[in-house]
Design a protein around this ligand. Structure first.
Ligand code: SAM
Length: 258
């Protein structure tokens, strides 16, 4: 990889304190939830995109799954590798950009959690092409009919959070659903300007369909409060459960109302 993108710089600097974030404290319950949704065979292969410090990858490897974790940040991956060694489990860690990676294999399922790459836009990234490239790469990494589970920022919550003043002052763009902010990756470090994209459910169905996946369900995916409930306007993150399809035109029948 060439020069660091903003998110790579952000997470490289954030890595030492990432797991202090309160939203990382529910990993065991999240892994139970994942395994119920994904109905995997023992020992199945799992691709974790934007795996971060590997908290889901390692918990899944502990339960006997063959896990590959991909991340843009070498510092997050270094933390992940240390934690896997301490847990005495094997995970394949790959330093790659989810918008560009070559699928390292064919997987029984994929996860992309807590905005693991999806919607974390680099300064020059197009708000439609960025998520679509990630979906295409994940779809190409999956065996036919394999499932994928994502949690992504909910556009309706973002629309309710911002005002016309925020739009005028450049903090939120309702045309692209991108929020722009500056935050220091950790105390004492200079702020990094970052762009985050939120999604509305209908466009998610369409984006997944373009990438050859059919959305099966959308659940409450807010960190710390995953649940099979009807989405409301304030749900911070949407969980998407999807299945790879071989014929994109067959997608429409798979969608179930939640
Ligand atoms: C909020 S963290 C989520 C980490 C992990 N999935 C979790 O639930 O704890 C987002 C992760 O996505 C990674 N990331 C951001 N953009 C990426 C990209 N284009 N390709 C791969 N990883 C990316 C970051 O480095 C970071 O580790």
């Amino acid at each position: 990889m060439t020069e660091k993108s903003t998110w790579e710089a952000f997470f490289d600097a954030h890595a030492p304190i990432y797991e202090d974030n309160v939203f990382t404290k529910n990993t065991a319950l999240e892994v139970d939830f994942l395994l119920e949704e994904l109905s995997l065979q023992p020992g199945a292969s799992i691709l974790d995109v934007g795996c971060g410090t590997g908290r889901h990858s390692i918990a899944l490897a502990r339960r006997g799954y063959a896990v590959t974790g991909i991340d843009l940040s070498s510092e997050m991956l270094a933390k992940a590798a240390d934690a896997a060694r301490a847990a005495n489990v094997h995970v394949d860690w790959i330093h790659a950009d989810a918008t560009r990676f070559t699928p390292p294999g064919m997987y029984d399922c994929a996860i992309c959690l807590c905005e693991g790459a999806f919607g974390l836009l680099g300064q020059g990234d197009d708000p439609i092409n960025q998520p679509l490239s990630i979906l295409g790469n994940i779809s190409r990494s999956l065996k036919p009919k394999a499932k994928a589970l994502f949690t992504v920022l909910n556009g309706t919550a973002m629309l309710r959070k911002y005002t016309n003043k925020d739009i005028a002052e450049g903090r939120f763009d309702p045309l692209t659903m991108v929020e722009s902010s500056e935050s220091p990756p950790r105390e004492g470090l200079p702020a990094v300007a970052v762009r985050e994209r939120a999604f509305v459910p209908t466009e998610l169905i369409l984006l997944f369909r373009f990438a050859g996946m059919s959305v099966l369900n959308m659940w409450g995916g807010t960190a710390g409060n995953w649940g099979r409930r009807t989405l409301d306007l304030d749900e911070i993150e949407i969980m998407i459960v999807a299945r790879k399809i071989t014929e994109p035109s067959a997608a429409s029948d798979d969608w179930q109302r939640v």
